[in-house]
Design a protein around this ligand. Structure first.
Ligand code: NI
Length: 169
């Protein structure tokens, strides 16, 4: 297992669109394990491969209090969304320290492969549904701050670039 470096906004690689995983092999299982370790280490509830500069459709999630219910979603596809939405306060490991409201579906149904390559249908609501939508956006090259106004987004961009310059010193 290994900790992987997480890309920070506004790194342009965060906007790359991920391709489908062709086959779940040892490489993909190791990647999923490393992503889970990285997510737990960073105290996040979700991580998409895009955030670690791997552009294949793979997401890891754990929204449990005890941090003991890892979910590996490979090639996730949205097959149903609820007619209702709600505003959810979100953050992201790629945009540290920034939290803002994003409109999300209350519930979603997705189809995805698990870590064994088995196809599964998952119905989610609440925090899990929000997290799935947030992570699936990453695979499409979309970061949650892109839902915010251009003014807010530019402020965040400036703040992130300043923090990254200070970290590099
Ligand atoms: Ni994120």
């Amino acid at each position: 297992m290994a900790l992987l470096p997480i890309l920070c906004y506004p790194n342009p690689k965060l906007h790359q669109v991920a391709k489908r995983v062709a086959v779940v092999d040892a490489r993909i299982r190791t990647l999923a394990d490393d992503m889970l370790e990285t997510m737990y280490d960073a105290k996040g509830i979700g991580l998409a491969s895009t955030q670690i500069d791997v552009h294949e459709r793979l997401i890891v999630i754990d929204v449990s209090e005890e941090r003991d219910q890892p979910l590996v979603l490979i090639n996730p596809e949205l097959v149903w969304t609820s007619p209702t939405t709600h505003l959810n306060e979100e953050g992201c490991l790629s945009v540290p320290g920034i939290y803002d409201g994003v409109e999300r579906f209350d519930a979603v149904r997705i189809e995805a492969w698990d870590a064994t390559g088995q196809s599964r249908t998952i119905e989610a609501e609440g925090l899990l549904a929000v997290c799935i939508q947030h992570e699936m956006d990453h695979l499409m090259g979309k970061v949650f701050v892109e839902y915010l106004s251009p003014l807010k987004r530019n402020r965040i961009k400036t703040k992130m670039l300043k923090a990254q310059r200070e970290d590099a010193r």
